[in-house]
Design a protein around this ligand. Structure first.
Ligand SMILES: Nc1ncnc2c1ncn2[C@@H]1O[C@H](COP(=O)(O)OP(=O)(O)OP(=O)(O)O)[C@@H](O)[C@H]1O
Ligand SMILES: *[C@@H]1O[C@H](CO)[C@@H](O)[C@H](O)[C@H]1NC(C)=O
Ligand SMILES: *[C@@H]1O[C@H](CO)[C@@H](O)[C@H](O)[C@H]1NC(C)=O
Ligand SMILES: *[C@@H]1O[C@H](CO)[C@@H](O)[C@H](O)[C@H]1NC(C)=O
Ligand SMILES: *[C@@H]1O[C@H](CO)[C@@H](O)[C@H](O)[C@H]1NC(C)=O
Ligand SMILES: [Mg+2]
Length: 424
């Protein structure tokens, strides 16, 4: 229904690179339309570049899709056309959050002595107040607090600043991990947050395109594919603009690949009997939340060991990296037998009962030599651990784990803030 003819209303805002339109039938949403214009040095240089808007829109759409699917809260709703997308209407917080992995550019000027290429671990955070007239001055956290911004009814205090700071780090790490699959180093990135006018939540807003980051293929500055190429042009010739455009196209070709899994992986849950089905369904549900396929099978290592080993061979035989989860009550022979007969990881997740649980657990913990299975009691945690193993080679799964960690942190922060407000 969103792509059906939009009732495009009033223009709410127009900047250097895009226009924002009201959607008459959907007051909480806006249309973000990119312009075919590239700017540098605060619009001192302005050149039209045909097709730029379309490439920028594709970059933004792919990047926001990746973040959204990972579980990061963003304003992005969906693509609308070649050059426009629909987003939640936000009141923008006038701060550019900059996150750096590698020192380069303006950081070197502001921090003389630091060599280009210095690697920040942890990531270096900076913020800049969006104020064209004063060339976007760098701000401290204290300055941001002193400004006492209030947007869409939300006062920007310590909690909100911490949430934006933490979110920026998570967003950077997710994009860094995604670009690494293309042998590309995410050097630095700048983003903006807005307050969703409907939910009063802080969300990643505006856009992320190659205007927003530096990318060095194979970590090599000389092959950079970002807007810096345009800033560095000595003379704007048609040939030079073609090169800038080719670089943008290089990014837009690859940005789509960020959404594709680079490695497969799956979880196979083996249960001793269908009486453990509810426990196994919990594992499956949690696996699915990480985008991890999960297959349930019934087999008993005590009563049908030949069948257990045959099922094992089935999943070893098709080349898909597999994590086995053994769910067996009472004596867990299943996990240890699997572990002794496969090089794939095995997680014991026994459904313990109150009566004999304390004794039964030892059948999962105390193993013959040469076995390496782990034991995790909670079905959610077993799935999470399996996702962490798959996440080592599958960035989409890793990104979901990373976003989930951020969201847990934010929920705790908000719960505490609410509690403090109530007890005043
Ligand atoms: N989801 C959104 N809801 C409301 N406004 C938005 C949204 N996304 C972006 N905007 C705003 O739209 C305006 C136009 O964007 P554009 O990037 O072209 O502006 P700009 O010239 O770069 O100025 P700025 O320095 O504010 O970014 C900006 O003020 C931006 O903050
Ligand atoms: C990179 O950013 C530029 C400048 O905003 C944009 O025009 C271009 O479309 C982007 N390139 C890609 C591939 O998204
Ligand atoms: C821009 O977004 C639209 C939204 O549907 C998308 O279909 C299109 O592919 C994007 N533009 C380009 C050049 O890919
Ligand atoms: C972000 O958080 C880090 C870690 O708590 C802190 O050192 C840094 O000063 C913060 N950055 C900004 C710009 O607020
Ligand atoms: C990345 O680099 C490795 C090693 O040089 C190479 O094998 C691989 O094909 C490259 N991947 C991409 C997507 O370019
Ligand atoms: Mg802008």
């Amino acid at each position: 229904w969103l792509t059906a003819d939009l009732n495009i209303g009033q223009k709410l805002n127009e900047g250097k690179t895009k226009q924002i339109f009201e959607l008459a039938d959907q007051p909480g949403l806006v249309l973000v339309q990119s312009k075919d214009q590239i700017t540098a040095g605060n619009a001192v240089r302005k050149d039209q570049m045909e097709g730029k808007a379309a490439i920028a829109n594709k970059t933004t759409c792919c990047v926001f899709k990746l973040l959204q699917e990972s579980g990061i809260k963003t304003a992005f709703v969906k693509q609308h056309s070649e050059t426009a997308f629909i987003a939640a209407r936000c009141e923008m917080i006038p701060i550019e959050w900059v996150c750096r992995r590698v020192a380069t550019g303006s950081f070197l000027k502001r921090n003389p002595g630091v060599k280009e290429g210095y690697r920040f671990t942890p990531l270096k955070m900076e913020m800049f107040f969006k104020d064209d007239a004063n060339n976007d001055p760098q701000w401290s956290e204290e300055q941001l607090l002193a400004a006492k911004f209030s947007l869409a009814g939300l006062a920007i205090g310590q909690c909100e600043v911490d949430v934006m700071n933490r979110s920026t780090v998570a967003i950077f790490e997710i994009l860094e991990k995604a670009w690494a699959t293309q042998n590309c180093t995410l050097v630095d990135m700048k983003i903006e947050f807005g307050v969703n006018v409907k939910t009063a939540e802080i969300v990643l807003a505006d856009v992320i395109d190659n205007d927003s980051w530096r990318l060095w293929p194979a970590g090599d500055r000389s092959q950079q594919k970002d807007k810096q190429v345009y800033r560095d042009l000595k003379e704007v010739t048609p040939e030079a603009m073609q090169m800038v455009k080719r670089n943008f196209e290089w990014v837009s070709e690859r940005v789509q690949l960020l959404l594709e899994p680079q490695a497969s992986g799956r979880v196979v849950v083996l249960m001793g009997s269908t009486s453990d089905m509810a426990h196994c369904e919990k594992i499956k549900k949690a696996c699915t939340s990480y985008g991890l396929p999960c297959i349930l099978r019934v087999t008993s290592a005590h009563k049908g060991p030949d069948e257990t080993l045959r099922i094992k061979a089935e999943y070893e035989g098709d080349g898909v990296p597999t994590i086995f989860v053994a769910v067996a009550g009472r004596s867990n022979g299943l996990g240890p037998v699997m572990s002794g007969n496969t090089a794939y990881p095995v997680i014991n997740c026994p459904p313990l009962t109150p009566d004999w649980g304390a004794q039964d657990i030892w059948s999962s913990l105390r193993l013959p030599s040469g076995l390496g299975c782990s034991t995790i009691l909670s079905p959610d945690a077993a799935a999470q651990f399996a996702a962490q193993i798959v996440g080592l080679s599958n960035h989409l799964v890793w990104c979901k784990l990373r976003a989930s960690m951020l969201n847990t942190w934010v929920s705790l922060k908000l719960a505490d803030q609410k509690l403090q407000a109530c007890s005043l």
